[in-house]
Design a protein. Structure first.
Length: 262
């Protein structure tokens, strides 16, 4: 049986959504070998077409779009799911952006949204997403652009929300926030690409139908996250758009990809 590598993140939403596929619980005409990496690392490796299937930030589509083709299943987008800017003290978004700000990667959707909402950026510091809250709290940076589960835990670090970039996007466009999608490498044939879309959708549906089946897998990859944070994370990021992006979701992706940066 053909084997396809599948890169996705260890975050609770991906572990939940792709558990069934990676553990052989849904029928597939190929074997999947999962590789779990931070989203910005997946974005970077897409430049060399490393994985047959991979999760990619919508913010990375412009730079790797010739190497991969978007699938309609497995995406992360919706309402109320956007990245946040946080700081130790009250600031405006413009003030936070002009200072020393930590970001989870220059190809993330979060950074593209920040550049659109606050184009006058100061000193941008790239770091892995799970280091950003500590960097802000310890005064290594003045503000941080946070993603994933950090939106549920930033207050535990004594930090304040400066801006919700997802809310900004939704007000500006009336569209859901397009965070990431699952893509197939461009050299994969049409039949295999269609099969991948089908089995990823089946994996997400399996997760919805058997929500406790992936609990051990989610916990094993969630590091020190509490069960409640994992639950909230999954509930927020895995939704109807994960089964199919939908026409509105496709419009949101096209809008974000095509909007010029200043």
């Amino acid at each position: 049986m053909r084997e396809l590598t599948f890169g996705y993140s260890p975050c609770p939403n991906d572990a939940f959504a792709f558990h069934a596929l990676s553990h052989g619980l849904v029928d597939a005409p190929f074997k999947v070998t999962p590789v779990l990496l931070d989203i910005e690392e997946l974005n970077r490796r897409a430049h060399t077409s490393e994985f047959a299937l991979t999760k990619l930030s919508v913010g990375a589509f412009n730079s790797v779009g010739d190497r991969y083709r978007l699938l309609r299943s497995g995406a992360a987008l919706g309402s109320g799911v956007g990245p946040l800017v946080v700081a130790r003290a009250p600031l405006s978004l413009a003030e936070a952006a002009r200072g020393r700000i930590a970001i989870p990667g220059k190809e993330t959707t979060a950074f593209r949204l920040l550049r659109l909402a606050a184009p006058a950026l100061g000193d941008v510091v790239e770091m892995r997403y799970d280091r950003i809250l500590r960097a802000v709290a310890s005064r290594e940076v003045e503000a941080g652009l946070i993603i994933h589960e950090s939106r549920f835990t930033y207050q535990e670090h004594g930090l304040l929300k400066v801006a919700d970039l997802g809310d900004w996007w939704e007000r500006e466009t009336g569209l859901p926030v397009p965070l990431a999608g699952i893509c197939a490498r461009a050299d994969i044939d049409d039949a295999t690409r269609a099969a991948a879309e089908t089995v990823i959708r089946a994996s997400v549906q399996y997760a919805f139908d058997h929500p406790s089946a992936s609990a051990a897998y989610v916990k094993a990859n969630a590091q020190e996250l509490s069960v409640e944070v994992c639950r909230r994370h999954i509930a927020l990021y895995v939704n109807e758009h994960s089964l199919d992006i939908g026409d509105q979701g496709m419009r949101a992706i096209e809008r974000l990809v095509s909007t010029a940066l200043r």
